[in-house]
Design a binder for this molecule. Sequence first.
Ligand code: SAM
Length: 284
Amino acid sequence: TDTDTADEAVRTTCDDASTCKRFATSKGYWKDPYIQYFVRSVGERKAPEINRGYYARVQGMNHLLDAFIRKAECDCQVINLGAGLDTTFWRLKDQNLMPRKFFEVDFPTIVARKIHNIKTKPPLSKPIIETHSTDSLLLDAHSLDSDRYCIVGADLRDISSLDEKLKKFQLNPELPTLLLSECVLVYMTPSQSSNLVHWAAETFHTAMFINYEQKERFLKTSWENADALDMMTIYSMLPQEDVARIERLEFLDEKELLQQLLQHYSICWATKDKLNLGKTTLCF
Ligand code: SAM
C-alpha cells in the first residue's frame, strides 16, 4: 500500500543519518568507535557543510543529554525515540555516564537489524552483557532487554502500544526522564507528533524532551518550559577550540552556505521539573 511505501522511505532515513555520521567521524569531526559496527564502509565523500552540520547536531544533542544525566547523578532513564543505529548507549558507558536504563524505540525492521549487529559484534554486545546482572537476557527478533539497555520495536504513532511495550520493559514513570528525538518527528503528521510529545508530558513528572529538527516544527504541548536555538547559534556556542579544530579539517570557501544550512535547523527542548533538578543546568 501507499502507507507501506511511505514508511519504508522513512526507514531508509536511518541509513542516511548513520552514513553521514560514519563519514564525519572518519574525517575526525568527533570520535565514535562504535558506528563502524553498524555502518561498515565509510562511503562516499560528503560536503564539508554537511559534516559541520552533523558535528554541530551531535555535539549540541550530547551537550544537553550529558548535562541532564549529570544533574540527575545518573539516577534517571533515557528514551531515544526513532533511535535508528544511534551509538549513544556505548558512549555513555565508556564515559561512566550511564543512566539507570537506556531505552531505544524504532520500527521493528530497524530494531531487528540493530539487534543482529549487536549479537554478532562483541564490541557492541560486551558492554550490554557486562552491565547485566542475571543470566537471562531477553533477546528476540524485535526486542532486546537487559538491566541497563533496552531496544523496542514499535511505531511511535501508536501511543498505547508504545506505552504498553515500554512499561513491559520496566520503564519507570517516577524516574527523571530524558526523551530524545533526533530528526524523527518531522516524519509524522503534526497531530501524530504532538500526541507523542503530549504522552511524554503526561507520563513523567520530571522530564526533558530534546528535539532536533527543522526550525518550524517546534512544539510545546503541556510542558512547563520550552526553548529553542537554531543550529547557527549552537555552532557559535560550542567550545571554540574544538570548532577551530574541526574547521581546519576541511577547507570551506563559501561560509554562507553553511550558515544558511544551520539556520534551517534547531534544537529545542522542553522541561517539567517536579523533582527540582534545577532549571539552570537544564538548558544549553
Ligand atoms: N535518531 C537517529 C539519528 O539521528 O541518527 C535516526 C534518525 S533517522 C533520520 C529517523 C528515524 O526515525 C529512523 O530510524 C526511522 O525508522 C525512525 N522513525 C520515523 N518514524 C517512526 C515511527 N513512526 N515509529 C518508529 N520509528 C520511526
